[in-house]
Write a protein that binds this ligand. Sequence first.
Ligand code: FES
Length: 96
Amino acid sequence: MPAGELPEGAVRGIDIGDLQLAAFNVAGAIHVTDNVCTHAYALLSEGFLEDNVIECPLHGGQFDVVTGKALCDPAECDLKVYPVRVEGGQVWVDLS
Ligand code: FES
């Protein structure tokens, strides 16, 4: 994904095969996590991003998109985060 397609403060869902990821631009830095909320089934890319916190659109659970940490009920399990690097204007995600 071109880094320029994700402006500061934006979130976007990215499907790679069966993997559903969410990419966030927090203060100019790109972060990637699983897109499906750990509480039930909702896509975090359809939620509300404020600074480094994404709020799930279904029940309002919140996660830190930098660390993946679940911040409030009903979200209890942390999100998986993926290492990211930006090279040549492209976002590269380490899925291993
Ligand atoms: Fe996300 Fe319930 S599905 S908080």
